[in-house]
Design a protein around this ligand. Structure first.
Ligand SMILES: Nc1ncnc2c1ncn2[C@@H]1O[C@H](COP(=O)(O)OP(=O)(O)O)[C@@H](O)[C@H]1O
Ligand SMILES: [Mg+2]
Length: 251
């Protein structure tokens, strides 16, 4: 089931402040793209939303339940990283089956769920292949199948197509749109590529330079002219890159 996500005044300090304060809400079934210059804190924010990293300040609610701290929340989060993180000695099917083991499914149910999600990700016929025997795009498809197989309430994707060539990226962008439409999942997708965000997101959130704040949040529902939106976002990201490099002062 897709659920709502609420990020409330989340901040994070490592040795330096990385996230100042970020608040936003995501409706169930939205496809949100998080944009921002390299190093501005996108991965950190995604990890906090997924409960992989505790925030220094603020909180994250998924379907109304706090994500980190309690250790008792019942919501499931799937994650796709830039690297596929598949185990090379296992087949694609076994890689997906592996994440289903903690869910208490029997062997046959695991196999069926794995094959169903591999098919959803466009890998029917490749279930018994090892990762080294398929292309980079197909490995990312398998990573998506693995993330979806747990039937996540929220799917997090961190620059998942960053290592693919331009042609494969475009194919995978269309594929992730299709998978989103077919599954109705809530997706939070991190990218620093504006064209990618505009091509796939229903809501775009632009972060400022580090420490991250929300610079702009736009609904990408077709009422904006696409070329103008891309131009505006490009201008913003260049300003934030310059600010991060200390070329211009704080906003
Ligand atoms: N575990 C950590 N310990 C210390 N600093 C970190 C850690 N993780 C990230 N950072 C720092 O936080 C900043 C933001 O990193 P990150 O969230 O990876 O940015 P992005 O994904 O936007 O490129 C960087 O300066 C990075 O060095
Ligand atoms: Mg990152």
């Amino acid at each position: 089931m897709a659920v709502t996500l609420e990020v409330a005044e989340v901040g994070k300090d490592f040795l330096i402040p990385v996230i100042d304060s970020v608040s936003f809400g995501v409706e169930a079934g939205e496809f949100v793209c998080l944009l921002g210059p390299n190093g501005c804190g996108k991965t950190t924010l995604l990890r906090i939303v997924g409960g992989l990293e505790p925030p220094t300040r603020g909180r994250v609610l998924l379907g109304g339940e706090p994500v980190s701290g309690s250790g008792r929340h019942t919501k499931k989060v799937g994650v796709v990283f830039q690297e596929d993180r598949l185990l090379p000695w296992m087949t694609l099917r076994e890689n997906v089956e592996l994440v289903l083991e903690p869910l208490g499914l029997g062997a046959e149910a695991r196999r069926q769920a794995a094959d169903r999600h591999l098919r959803l990700a466009g890998l029917a016929g490749f279930e018994a292949y090892h990762p080294a025997r398929v292309s980079g795009g197909m490995r990312q498809r398998a990573a998506i199948a693995r993330a979806l197989a747990i039937e996540p309430d929220l799917l997090l994707m961190d620059e998942p197509f960053g290592a693919l060539d331009a042609q494969n990226r475009r194919i995978m962008q269309q594929e992730v749109r299709r998978i989103w439409r077919e599954t109705g999942r809530t997706i939070l997708f991190v990218t620093h590529a504006i064209d990618e965000a505009v091509a796939i997101g229903t809501t775009l959130i632009m972060l400022s330079a580090r420490p991250a704040r929300i610079r702009e949040m736009v609904r990408n529902d077709g009422h904006l002219e696409r070329g103008k939106l891309i131009d505006d976002l490009n201008t913003m990201i260049m300003e934030e890159v310059e600010r991060q490099q200390g070329v211009v002062g704080p906003a």
